[in-house]
Design a binder for this molecule. Structure first.
Ligand code: MV4
Length: 459
């Protein structure tokens, strides 16, 4: 067993996740180095870290995605490891490989595993070989319109065309009739090429109004792996999650065990290590299918932390140090119900970004309330980065109590000077379908229509 003590970590990220990582480092006695763009000089992660290094101008391509600047900062500050957070470089196999080559521990799985899961065609093949159910579809990228027609005929319409290098809903095309296949194939390939510099696409059977349910896993470097149950993430708009909860209202303990064991089995076979998430689509008959795997910590990890009492960041760091997991599946208990509302600096009706200065700020507290944020009274929200400014997470014994707790938390939360999605979440909390737990991926379309909006919730 190879253990390597981590004494100092560079956090290659910003916002609430950078601060979330700093909290755990402080609890573990690990020193932290923040990196920041010129636009983030006043950011809280810079103030909370032991050291800070400016890595470039405001645009993320020149700062938070600037690998030479980040590696230089890591060398100058002499860190043992880099935590990438989520977004930016978290799923860059190139970055993970460069860290390894520079003898800096990348806190995450190996570069090979990141690359494998980043190729959605290969991920499907690997998961299927590991016994995880996948949707019927093309085993390889589609080479021609004739091949597309042949595959679509075999699996039956509707089908969905997805980019092999895609993920998160970018470059997808739903096709309901054979006549529409060829043009959609061409557009999908062109979009994929423009967005990912890779025009490869594949075809799958399309599931109408699925649920998005994902399993959190933790795996060490010695082949031990456990799951921490699921998160229900169906409440999304344009592939951006708005709210997540754990556990899901539809998973029976038997289904949780089956899906959990499928995710764990696959991770063991892959040689996965660190925290990861296996995403599934659940159809109306309760059948589950692999969708994709995220090889990073996720925005919505707090709901899992609340119901399991696990510290996922602490586990990532311990695993990166070469420590064994230290507990088994039977040690994991899921207690109560947790809900997370993502508070975005956006107009709650049009979802247009709302940058500006926060003139008044009050956070909720009390029993079972957690807020992960990086903003404060006087903070200026810049237009350079994504609009997430806070996550309100509640935990209570039951879903009904958690909803009541979220409502009272949102009622005392004050963010003035900019528009936020707080009013949207307050309305969702009162929605009859939400309260009944009836929440497929079509929920926001239904919700916005019901509340008199003409905007399409999905593409
Ligand atoms: C699907 C699907 C239905 N059938 N694949 C969207 C995000 C990307 N990760 C994959 N996505 C979907 N893939 C098949 N075969 C429906 C979606 C989908 C979706 C999935 C999860 C949450 C919200 C969604 C909204 C629209 C479409």
């Amino acid at each position: 067993m190879q253990t390597r003590e981590i004494k100092k970590i560079l956090i290659a990220n910003r916002g609430e996740i950078a601060i979330r990582i700093i909290w755990t480092c402080k609890e573990m006695g690990i020193k932290t180095v923040a990196v920041h763009s010129e636009a983030d000089r006043e950011a809280l992660h810079v103030r909370y870290a032991d050291e800070a290094v400016c890595i470039g101008p405001p645009p993320s391509a020149q700062s938070y995605l600037n690998i030479p600047a980040i590696i230089s900062a890591a060398e100058v500050t002499n860190v043992d490891a880099i935590h990438p957070g989520y977004g930016f470089l978290a799923e860059s196999a190139t970055f993970a490989k460069i860290c390894e080559d520079c003898n800096i521990k990348f806190i995450g799985p190996s570069a090979d595993v990141i690359a494998m899961m980043g190729d959605k065609v290969e991920a499907r093949r690997t998961m299927s070989a590991a016994g995880v159910p996948i949707l019927p579809g093309s085993p390889d990228p589609i080479e021609s319109a004739d091949e597309a027609k042949q595959v679509a005929r075999e699996i039956g319409f509707p089908v969905i065309i997805k980019a092999a290098a895609g993920g998160g809903g970018r470059g997808m095309r739903i096709v309901r009739k054979e006549e529409e296949l060829e043009t959609n194939l061409e557009t999908a390939q062109a979009e994929a090429l423009a967005a990912f510099k890779n025009g490869a696409v594949y075809i799958e059977r399309y599931i109408e109004r699925p649920r998005h349910i994902e399993i959190q896993v933790l795996a060490d470097e010695y082949g031990e792996c456990i799951h921490l149950g699921e998160r229900e993430c169906s409440i999304q708009r344009r592939h951006q999650k708005l709210m997540e909860e754990a556990p899901s209202t539809v998973l029976t303990p038997e289904m949780r065990q089956i899906m959990g064991e499928a995710a764990v089995g696959a991770c063991k076979k892959l040689g996965y290590s660190s925290a990861g998430t296996v995403e599934f689509l659940l159809d109306s008959q309760g059948r589950y299918y692999f969708m994709e795997m995220n090889t990073r910590i996720q925005v919505e990890h707090p709901v899992t932390e609340m119901v399991t009492l696990a510290d996922i960041v602490r586990n990532q760091i311990r695993i990166a140090e070469g420590e064994p997991l230290g507990y088994t599946q039977d040690d994991m208990l899921i207690v109560g119900h947790a809900i997370e509302c993502r508070i975005n600096a956006e107009n709650p009706e049009t979802f247009a970004p709302s940058p500006g200065t926060i003139t008044a700020f009050n956070l909720p507290g009390g029993p079972g309330v957690r807020v992960d944020t990086f903003v404060y009274s006087g903070y200026r929200v810049t237009p350079f980065y994504d609009s997430l400014i806070a996550k309100v997470i509640v935990h209570a014994r039951t879903r009904e109590l958690a909803i009541a707790r979220m409502k009272r938390a949102l009622d005392v939360m004050v963010i003035e000077g900019i528009k936020t999605t707080i009013p949207l979440h307050q309305k969702i909390m009162d929605d009859p379908r939400f309260r009944a737990g009836d929440i497929g991926t079509d929920f926001m379309e239904y919700f916005l229509t019901r509340n008199g909006k003409k905007v399409a919730a999905t593409q």
